[in-house]
Design a protein around this ligand. Structure first.
Ligand code: UGA
Length: 432
């Protein structure tokens, strides 16, 4: 099938590459010339395990191409995926659809034969209706269908999530479009996942409802972690005991800092906005957003509890600074709040991060990047395990820190309290 992917951000790049790997003829388009030139030689702008290799492989066999020529690419394709960004609007907190509608205008001019226009970007309910309105004209009559096909990829696990999806949701009332998209997804659907055909608006809501539910699940266990901490119970036991009930499920029950990333914070707010507009009060999602905002203060409060009020000249080491493991993404990462605060308090901040130096801290004083865990930890007053990268799971802190008194704040509950106690390490974690 001839596929055009518009927008080579995270969603577009992963989907385009994986569709190409399934043997389709894929062209990925972006207006960023520099990005496209790099992609043409297999250089990718994001850190995503396995993606670069897959791009290089498909560039070689020419199933995957990159271009800045949006008009030609649309004309040459049967299916067009809109994968541009929908960032949160600063004013109203809803998703900003400027880029989506700009793309719709470009598509409108280039419909030369029947095409399926698919929104893969996360878009609020009724966006599909609006795109359809933009595309409608005498010339384009019966020449297109607008479909919602949300993606459920996680950063850091995207290739696996694409190849082995729990479900593929295709929102359209058009039998023709559904048949074509089903044949596109059949190689994945065969692998035990479910292909669901819903209404277009239904698919749009499913995406938001899923992310808001996962954000709720995390906030639920985070709130219980607060109770566990006060009652000397280990929240990990609670997660285990709850999660084994299949109606609840064990995934996304890990207590930690406020959830971050580009999706949960953005999508929960956008869902609330949409509901408010039709006078529906999503009170549960509202409390989740509020609770998560409050939770952003947790790391700073803990650091003061461990090191006291004065942080001046205290050597504080961060192991990882990204919002989660497997990604170089810093959006809504707890470190974005905590490190500037510590810098203002004149602490001496060091960080080690597997995906390298981060521009986010460039302008802050007393913040230094180390490319070796050992150097970052040496003689530190406090080690903060910020991100749950595998390489932080079995460290010998006694060798790394070289101090009599070792203090660790484990924001991801990676270590056993008992082992830490036996090693005489002052160990603080979350909900335990
Ligand atoms: C999320 C969804 O999981 C994907 O299904 C969805 O496609 C994607 O958003 C999107 O809308 O594009 P992602 O943002 O990559 O994916 O990250 P997650 O793995 O879901 O983690 C989000 C946040 O929740 C992170 O801050 C993570 O540390 C936190 N989290 C996750 C927990 O605190 N506890 C958990 O048990 C799981």
């Amino acid at each position: 099938m001839k596929i055009c992917i518009i927008g080579t951000g995270y969603v577009g790049l992963v989907s385009g590459t994986c569709f190409a790997d399934l043997g389709n003829d894929v062209i990925c388009v972006d207006k960023d010339k520099h990005k496209i030139e790099n992609l043409k030689i297999g250089k990718i702008p994001i850190f995503e395990p396995g993606l670069e290799e897959l791009i290089v492989k498909n560039l070689k066999i020419k199933t995957l191409k990159f271009s800045t020529d949006i008009n030609r690419s649309i004309k040459d394709s049967n299916i067009i995926f809109i994968c541009v960004g929908t960032p949160t609007d600063k004013k109203n907190k809803n998703a900003n659809l400027k880029y989506v509608y700009q793309v719709a205008q470009s598509i409108k001019k280039n419909i030369n034969k029947y095409k399926i226009i698919v929104t893969k970007s996360t878009v609020p309910i009724t966006t599909g209706d609006k795109i359809e309105k933009i595309l409608n004209s005498k010339k384009n009559k019966n020449k297109f269908d607008v479909v919602s096909n949300p993606e459920f990829l996680r950063e850091g696990e995207a290739i696996r999530d694409f190849c082995y999806p729990d479900r593929v949701v295709v929102g359209t009332n058009s039998k023709k479009a559904n048949k074509i998209l089903k044949s596109l997804y059949i190689p994945l659907v065969k692998k035990d996942s479910r292909y669901i055909n819903t209404s277009r608006r239904g698919a749009e809501i499913i995406k938001y409802a899923s992310n808001a539910f996962l954000a709720t699940k995390i906030s639920y266990i985070n709130e219980l972690a607060n109770l566990c901490e006060k009652t000397s119970v280990d929240v990990k036991e609670v997660s285990l005991g709850m999660g084994l009930d299949q109606r609840i499920g064990e995934r996304f029950l890990r207590a930690g800092p406020a959830y971050g990333g580009s999706c949960f914070p953005k999508d929960t707010k956008s869902l609330i906005y949409t509901a408010d507009k039709v006078k529906i009060n999503l009170s549960i999602v509202k409390s989740v957003v509020k609770f998560n905002e409050q939770r952003k203060k947790l790391p700073i409060n803990k650091i003061h509890k461990i090191l006291g009020k004065r942080l001046k000249n205290k050597k504080i080491t961060f192991l990882g600074v990204t919002f989660k493991a497997g990604t170089d993404d810093m959006r809504e990462s707890p470190s974005i709040n905590v490190i500037p605060y510590l810098s203002k308090k004149n602490a001496e901040i060091r960080y080690y991060e597997p995906t390298g130096y981060k521009d986010a801290f460039k302008k802050l004083k007393n913040v230094k990047f180390f490319d070796k865990i050992k150097d970052a930890c040496n003689l530190s007053d406090l080690i903060i395990i910020h991100t749950d990268w595998n390489e932080f799971k079995q460290l010998n802190f006694k060798k790394l820190v070289n101090k009599k008194i070792i203090k660790i704040f484990d924001m991801r509950n990676l270590y056993s309290i008992k082992k830490m106690k036996n090693n005489n390490i002052k160990y603080f974690s979350i909900g335990r």
